[in-house]
Ligand binder design. Structure first.
Ligand code: ATP
Length: 437
């Protein structure tokens, strides 16, 4: 029989589940009916249960079934009219409902680590096996959705107690050795929730740090965790703690969280707030990438490229990191001057991503540069010319690369106020035609 927590009654848990939004409650009762029909057992697990106790809103549900999770996911997606994405490699599925609820579904499994920091060997297991493979006690609780014991909490590792004590504890001594990414996860949850890593867990962490366990991992495996840390509300606190507990040598010997980097992070934070107050309608930002540019500041372009490859960053992400290395200083210099023609500002900024541009604002902390960027975001970016290709062909210009040149010249002329209407644009093109001839 599963061990229930003494402090949390089934009745109390049902009351807690009653506080959920109606759409989540409907979803849970559909999951319950389906489990009954299929004669398998289903549980809410992981972060959803943790956040339920914390009263934090979490629209990501994690359902664990003792049985075929994929088949269950297919059937549930049909009932909920939800989109179902299979992750064949992991034997899991994600459903996304019309109301944007996300439900991760997996079969309960048992994991063993043949070697430290290796990928685990996985085989089907019970719900208890599944909880035993998890990272921290607060993430290793399950709540039954089955009709015979609906709301029963399974909390074998003292998750409830640790939530009350605001503590992050691993389940066993070898947890960080088995999977060193948990070092980053421990810091992430500690800083997000304003908890403390328990003293025992800190001891295990420092053993893993002495054994340089993160260095033994393929960097692709740490990438997602680093990205998640940089996407948290408090990246400064996240990195400060990582610097203190482990350091950054697993990324590169020259990376550290020095006071200079911390100041840059703080400046980025302010810059992101400024952007979201004024321009959030323009584009969604990969804010983590700005922090990454800051962390990679001490690296040369070629070391940055190598590290981006090791982290298996996407091509667009690598490009943005390198763009800053290549053009950053030159733009910083040019745009700290007051008198710069709008077309020049546009010429400097337009080829770059918003992340690179905002990083420059954060780095320069210079009012003139910020004003140029503001003008770019507000007025220059998105400016259009009125003359079309058909108009150019009407003027007897043969289609070809010249069109792009003319359009660019028209944009510049618009930006600098040299042309204001289509009529003036046509006059401008005719003049240009003459000068080309
Ligand atoms: P978040 O609120 O950040 O989404 P989460 O707890 O839902 O937090 P996920 O990364 O989505 O985090 O993982 C879901 C669950 O899977 C966790 O709650 C944890 O139980 C388990 N888990 C994830 N990564 C690991 C790991 N490296 N080792 C052990 N268990 C893990």
């Amino acid at each position: 029989m599963h061990k229930k927590t003494a402090s949390y009654t089934q009745y109390g848990m049902r009351q807690l589940l009653d506080t959920l939004k109606p759409e989540v409650r409907t979803l849970i009762s559909t999951a319950q009916r389906l489990a009954g029909e299929k004669r398998l057992r289903a549980y809410l697990v992981g972060g959803f249960v943790r956040d339920l106790f914390l009263g934090a809103s979490n629209l990501d549900l994690d359902i664990m079934v003792e049985g075929d999770g994929i088949e269950y996911a297919d059937a549930l997606s049909a009932r909920l009219n939800a989109r179902c994405i299979h992750h064949k490699r992991f034997g899991t599925a994600t459903l996304v409902t019309e109301g944007h609820l996300k439900i991760d579904i997996a079969s309960s499994r048992k994991e063993t680590y043949p070697e430290p920091a290796s990928l685990p060997e996985v085989k089907p297991g019970s719900i208890l096996d599944d909880l035993a493979r998890r990272d921290f006690s607060i993430n290793a609780m399950a709540v039954s959705v089955n009709s015979d014991d609906f709301g029963m909490l399974i909390d074998v590792y003292g998750g409830c107690r640790d939530l009350k004590k605001k503590r992050i504890s691993v389940l066993h001594e070898n947890s960080f050795v088995d999977d060193p990414t948990r070092i980053l996860r421990a810091i992430r949850f500690e800083q997000r929730l304003a908890f403390s890593i328990s003293s025992k867990t800190l001891r295990y962490l420092s053993v893993a740090s002495r054994k340089r366990m993160l260095q033994k991992l393929n960097l692709q495996r740490v990438r997602d965790e680093i990205m998640l840390m940089l996407q948290e509300k408090n990246p400064v606190a996240q990195m400060q703690r990582l610097g203190g507990l482990y350091g950054f040598s697993f990324l590169h010997p020259r990376i550290s969280f020095s006071s200079k980097t911390r100041k840059l992070f703080e400046s980025i934070e302010l810059c992101l707030q400024w952007f979201s107050r004024n321009f959030s309608h323009r584009r969604q930002l990969d804010s983590w990438l700005l922090y990454c540019i800051a962390l990679f500041e001490p690296l040369s372009a070629s070391s940055t490229r190598q590290l981006a490859k090791k982290l298996a960053l996407r091509r667009g992400e690598e490009k943005r990191l390198l763009d800053y290395k290549k053009s950053g200083l030159c733009i910083l210099k040019a745009l700290q001057k007051k008198a710069v023609a709008p077309s020049r500002v546009f010429g400097y900024l337009e080829p770059h991503s918003y992340e690179v541009i905002l990083f420059l604002v954060a780095k320069a902390k210079n009012a003139t540069l910020k004003r140029h960027v503001e003008d770019f975001f507000r007025r220059y970016n998105g400016i259009r010319h009125s003359v079309s290709g058909r108009d150019l062909s009407g003027l007897g210009i043969t289609p070809g690369p010249l069109y792009a040149k003319i359009f660019r010249a028209l944009i510049k002329a618009r930006l600098d106020g040299k042309v204001r209407s289509k009529k003036e644009e046509l006059v401008f093109v005719r003049r240009l035609q003459k000068s080309i001839r």
